[in-house]
Write a protein that binds this ligand. Structure first.
Ligand SMILES: Nc1ncnc2c1ncn2[C@@H]1O[C@H](COP(=O)(O)OP(=O)(O)OP(=O)(O)O)[C@@H](O)[C@H]1O
Ligand SMILES: [Mg+2]
Length: 371
């Protein structure tokens, strides 16, 4: 009988697989774990930095093929896992106190300079995409004036409080949700005075039992008012996604949104251009850039940040969204859903890149069976 393949042969076969973000071998990054060699069977797992890794399938295929091609190997079992890295926590700025959310690995703000550009829509579709990839996700609707999460997620209810006066998030759609809407009795707009807003937003961060989360997505209130400022100053944000629309594209607005974060040292993950173009249902190959093409990308370039992608205009986003069915759920194959998934992939990869430490080098947990 031929000798079993050795662990180093397996690792050598996997070494040419390069993580496109870290520009390093998945072996050297320590992604290869739990290597087991049992006669002609080889099993190992590849641990990614985020469950929403866009190259997951590609890694799995390449790893299987490469190990399969080794002499003495008949069976290859690859398990894809994820250990979401925790990005460094920023926010606060000089003299500001950020709150501590120990179980929450990454907090991502979705913001804009202007209202009505699709922040909430982007936030919920991002959150659901991450949930679908297997991440533990929470979503905080920080718009205390016009909360929309309850409507967009189709989730209602009143949060429970614990004996020590903490608030339990509502669990719905497989995520943990918190919104001012859960405390309101009707849809009338709420008028808060500045100090109250500050207190409310602070409570959402400190008094809500978020528990363990890979990602907490914060749907920011529009603009740079009290609530937005409190959040950027108090929340330990990993980064911010800025949403803009092609028709509202103004450098000034985008810059305003950006500066609020930059002032407190929160990295800008990139710009999303929403409602970029329209594809008529009877002409699926056409893309009409009603408000001009390439504006978002240009603005991103001028501001020195990444462009994350275009989301097309799709009436179903509004119709299904208002019925509590985000487009990635109601029309998962639609171009806008695909755009949201691509954008999510880019966002979490950037967040993973910002994570404090590169993972340790492998080899520590290799086990041999029957060798
Ligand atoms: N790509 C799109 N195509 C069609 N409709 C969209 C698209 N994106 C968002 N909408 C719709 O536009 C409206 C505004 O979107 P949304 O509520 O997400 O914006 P917002 O930035 O959160 O607004 P606000 O500043 O009021 O919080 C909603 O009715 C939403 O369904
Ligand atoms: Mg909103």
């Amino acid at each position: 009988m031929a000798d079993s393949v050795s662990a180093s042969q397996v690792l050598d076969a996997l070494r040419p697989i390069i993580d496109p973000d870290f520009q390093k071998s998945i072996v050297d990054l320590g992604f290869v774990k739990d290597l087991k060699i049992d006669g002609t069977g080889v099993a190992f797992s590849i641990e990614l930095t985020t469950p929403a890794c866009p190259v997951k399938a590609e890694f799995e295929r390449a790893a299987t093929e490469r190990v399969q091609a080794l002499d003495g190997v008949d069976d290859v079992a690859v398990t894809m896992t994820a250990n979401t890295r925790q990005a460094s926590r920023t926010g606060g700025g000089e003299g500001q106190q950020t709150v501590d959310l120990p179980g929450v690995k990454n907090i991502i703000a979705v913001a804009s300079g202007k209202g009505g550009v699709g922040k909430s829509t982007t936030a919920i579709n991002l959150a659901i995409t991450l949930r679908d990839e297997g991440a533990q996700v929470g979503i905080l609707d920080a718009d205390v004036y016009g909360p929309s999460l309850s409507l967009l997620a189709g989730v209602h209810g009143r949060p429970d409080t614990t004996p020590d006066r903490k608030i339990m998030p509502i669990v719905g759609q497989g995520m943990k949700l918190m919104s001012m809407a859960f405390f309101m009795t009707d849809d009338s707009p709420v008028i808060w005075r500045g100090p109250m807003v500050h207190g409310l937003v602070k409570q959402f961060l400190t008094d809500v039992r978020w528990g363990e989360l890979d990602y907490l997505i914060v749907d920011m209130p529009p603009g740079t008012g009290d609530a937005a400022l409190t959040l950027t100053q108090m929340a330990p944000l990993s980064g911010a996604v800025i949403v803009t629309t092609a028709n509202n594209l103004s450098l000034i607005d985008a810059r305003k949104g950006l500066q609020m974060f930059e002032k407190v040292g929160v990295p800008i993950l990139g710009i999303v251009e929403n409602m970029s173009f329209f594809t008529p249902p009877d002409a699926p190959d056409k893309q009409y850039y009603i408000f001009g093409q390439g504006g978002g990308e240009r603005v991103a370039k001028e501001l020195g940040v990444d462009f994350l992608g275009e989301v097309p205009i799709d009436p179903r986003i509004a119709e299904d969204g208002d019925a509590g069915r985000p487009i990635v759920v109601s029309q998962p194959d639609s171009p806008s859903s695909q755009a949201f998934r691509r954008i999510t992939g880019k966002v979490v990869r950037k967040v993973a890149m910002l994570a404090v430490n590169s993972p340790p080098v492998a080899d520590a947990n290799i086990t041999w069976v029957n060798s």
